[in-house]
Design a protein around this ligand. Structure first.
Ligand code: NOJ
Length: 780
């Protein structure tokens, strides 16, 4: 199922039509006849969702689930999992409630349901939409078997600031890559039929622009131009809607002063009127009630604003359930607004086949079968990014390992930590299934493997409470472990390293504590004493391979200057150890590419390759203090280069790829032809890529453009195509990228998508630094 050398571009991929099921006449007839029978209270019941299990937000409220289900006063539950538990409530709704409307059970399925794959940011690093599709399909199959036909995934928020902990759930910084991945996730979950027993409806989140929180602080306001909103941030949601997404989740943030959960512009004007979305919108957890904190009104006012803006279901807020009915009765809210929201929700319930098959047949207990493990291992290996592999004097390159290494010292708090390797927000995943790096390397090396934990993931008091954090329970006095003695364990690790020929350091940050929701950071270094550990091992002079295990770009500046080999391994899931070992030993040639830039310093954030031009560009990165006016009066930092430490699209291989100059099927295209080419191509860019190294490998060939003369300034580079290409040593392939309106347009000052006469610079290569160049003229 994973793509080998299938060129992928937006224009080449055929999109499923927006969900035909939701638009079907027969289905809508059933919705209308049911709607006619419903009382106002029954209608409002459909707009309400309650938490029924562990809390995934503050203040889980409902204690009367049985009663609400039996009275038809709850349209949906979240966090109730398993055939037995879901069937319990479903029986009450179907057998006791007047209209027998099934409950829709929803849950967060972020990177697999029970089989835990790498985190979404890692999957984006594969640049393989087929991998995302596969992971989504596993998630849907397993969730549905657990009574959950509705998954709160994919998160398609553009994330350009790794201080924001939720970058882990994203596809990274780029709208083109993000849109390709968004389509794939939707397709994998929903397939072409929501009612299939292995399909689940998605909830694309968090609409809109949640990832642009000011200063990377979660839940913070978003303030950006309408052009940036449209051209960058809305793109992946739009792609997901075009792929047939059945539901969307509104976000916590405000956008240019209007909270996203009461934002008519994004929720109705754009989503429904421009994009033709025909599913429903659920709020994020408590986001309707939290509108009061945004100071746009009291409870009844904010509930009315959210509903009228286009939020159909109130997640765990219970505001719709308590304040809408009175406003309808007093004429403040037309009943037709309520009915329309109900209609949208019922459509999805019918399309999922819940009226025909409301219950889930209990199946065998979950097991991480060899087939599941094989899928997790293959996907995980594809997500690893080789950042650096410089030769060491007298040894050569360290990777891939050969018999050169007699003894290997594996060191670091993430080397043998099942819980953290599973990754943040692993939902129903179980750490017990994780093969750690230590276990996998032991399989390969036996007693040639030495091990030392080195230090904790956190230091001092933070570390002593880490293992006891449970957001559903208050901390108690005994919720502590002894404060770790990092100084002592670092000395022990140094002794271990001294006995080995090479050291592998497995470092990062605590995924379950510092990544995901509400996990913003103001610094981006390794946590606790890990940097000290790294420096102490480096001081032994032993060659080091650093394996970075983190769901966000970390600041690796010291490491990049002192460590010869660095592998970015994210949070790889249940097959973590095997996948990392496959790459370290060369069974898998690494092919991952960064979906987000890695900074030199946190102060560069938000850092992304598609920067806007400036009148005073820094022509070169200067590592010294500016010496004259030419160097000083530029858009640059006094104390750091502008560039990323490792840029977007970056990733090495054990072989080398060489690019010829790209060619065009024609070099001049009339603007009228481009304007008429939506969904089509007008010119093809071709590039020859050759494997000039000694082993087979897969390269992600990337295509970038720059519009050099537009009425609104355009980014210095934008990704507009990519393809995974597998090449034997010495083999060459010709890769083609179609370009048309979809790739060449931009949003103008009148907020219209257009193309103007101009020249596009075009680059093809293996990262956003691609050098092989040509140019395309768009004539009057
Ligand atoms: C809040 C999160 O923002 C969202 O991603 C999630 O789906 C809901 N809680 C439900 O858990």
């Amino acid at each position: 199922m994973l793509a080998g050398c299938v060129p992928f571009t937006a224009a080449a991929q055929s999109l499923p039509a927006p969900n035909a099921q939701l638009a079907s006449k027969e289905l809508n007839g059933r919705v209308e006849s049911l709607l006619k029978k419903m009382t106002l209270d029954e209608k409002i019941g459909q707009l309400v969702q309650f938490n029924g299990g562990y809390a995934t937000g503050p203040g889980g409220t409902n204690l009367h689930n049985d009663e609400l289900a039996a009275k038809g006063q709850v349209g949906s539950f979240l966090n109730i999992v398993g055939a037995e538990a879901t069937n319990h409530y479903q029986h009450l709704a179907i057998e006791k409630s007047r209209l027998h409307i099934p409950i829709l059970f929803g849950q967060d399925v972020i990177h697999g349901h029970r089989t835990t794959f790498p985190v979404p940011l890692a999957i984006a690093a594969s640049w393989d939409p087929a991998a995302a599709e596969l992971v989504a399909h596993y998630g849907a199959t397993e969730a549905r078997a657990d009574g959950i036909p509705w998954v709160f995934s994919p998160m398609v928020d553009i994330a350009r600031d790794p201080r924001w902990g939720r970058i882990i759930e994203s596809n990274g910084e780029d709208p083109y890559l993000g849109s390709a991945m968004a389509r794939a996730w939707v397709k994998g979950y929903q397939q072409d039929d929501l009612s299939k027993p292995d399909s689940a409806a998605v909830s694309v989140k968090h609409y809109a622009a949640y990832g642009a929180a000011i200063a990377g602080r979660d839940y913070n306001a978003v303030d950006m131009s309408e052009i940036a909103l449209r051209q960058v941030y809305l793109e992946p949601y739009h792609a997901a809607v075009e792929a047939g997404a059945a539901t969307l989740m509104s976000s916590f943030n405000s956008i240019n002063g209007i909270p996203a959960t009461a934002n008519r512009h994004t929720l109705t004007d754009i989503l429904r009127n421009e994009w033709g979305f025909d599913g429903f919108v659920v709020s994020d957890w408590g986001a309707v009630a939290e509108l009061m904190n945004h100071s746009i009104g009291d409870g009844p006012t904010v509930a009315r604003k959210a509903l009228e803006a286009g939020v159909d279901m109130d997640m765990e807020g219970n505001l719709y359930g308590t304040v809408i009915a009175d406003q309808v009765r007093s004429g403040k809210i037309p009943e037709s607004v309520v009915s329309e929201a109900v209609r949208r929700i019922l459509r999805v319930k019918f399309a999922l086949g819940l009226f025909e098959h409301p219950y889930t047949t209990p199946g065998p207990a979950y097991d991480a079968t060899p087939e599941r493990r094989a899928a997790a291992r293959k996907v995980a290996a594809e997500t690893l990014v080789l950042l650096k592999n410089d030769p060491v004097e007298g040894v050569g390159v360290l990777l891939p390992f050969t018999s050169k290494a007699k003894k290997v010292a594996l060191i670091g708090p993430l080397a043998d930590n099942q819980r953290e390797l599973l990754g943040a927000w692993a939902g129903n995943g179980d750490p017990k299934y994780v093969v750690t790096l230590r276990a996998a390397l032991q399989e390969r090396l036996g007693d040639r493997l030495l091990y030392a934990e080195g230090c904790g993931l956190l230091s001092g008091e933070d570390a002593s409470v880490l293992n006891h954090v449970d957001f559903n329970r208050p901390m108690t006095a005994d919720s502590h472990e002894p404060v770790p003695d990092d100084a002592k364990t670092i000395v022990e690790a140094v002794e271990t390293a001294k006995k080995a020929d090479v050291a592998i350091l497995a470092l990062g940050e605590p995924a379950n504590w510092m990544e995901g929701e509400a996990s913003s950071r103001a610094t981006l270094g390794f946590t606790g004493a890990q940097e000290q550990l790294l420096e102490a091992i480096a001081a032994t002079g032993k060659p080091i391979v650093l394996v970075v295990l983190a769901g966000r770009p970390l600041e690796l500046k010291w490491a990049a200057g002192h460590v010869p080999a660095i592998l970015e391994a994210w949070s790889p899931g249940i097959e973590a150890g095997h996948a990392v070992a496959d790459v370290l030993f060369g069974d898998v040639n690494p092919s991952g590419k960064l979906p987000a830039s890695l900074p030199r310093a946190v102060g560069q954030e938000p850092l992304y390759y598609a920067q806007m031009p400036t009148g005073r560009p820094a022509r070169v990165d200067l590592s010294h203090f500016p010496r004259n006016a030419e160097e000083k009066f530029n858009s640059r930092y006094m104390d750091e280069d502008n560039s990323a430490l490792f840029p977007f699209g970056w990733g090495l291989s054990y072989t080398r790829f060489t690019y010829a100059q790209p060619t065009l099927s024609r070099s001049v295209v009339p603007v009228a032809e481009v304007l008429a080419s939506r969904g089509k191509s007008v010119v093809t860019v071709g590039v020859d890529v050759k494997n000039t190294g000694g082993v087979a490998g897969t390269e992600v060939v990337q295509l970038y453009i720059r519009n050099t003369a537009a009425s609104v300034e355009q980014p210095v580079r934008e990704l507009k195509g990519f393809a995974r290409v597998t090449l034997a040593p010495g083999e060459q392939k010709h890769v083609e990228f179609p370009l048309g309106f979809d790739e060449l347009n931009f949003w103008n000052a009148e907020i219209k998508q257009t193309v103007e006469p101009t020249t596009y610079k075009i680059w093809a290569g293996g990262s956003s630094l691609a050098k092989a160049e040509t140019s395309l003229q768009i004539a009057e």
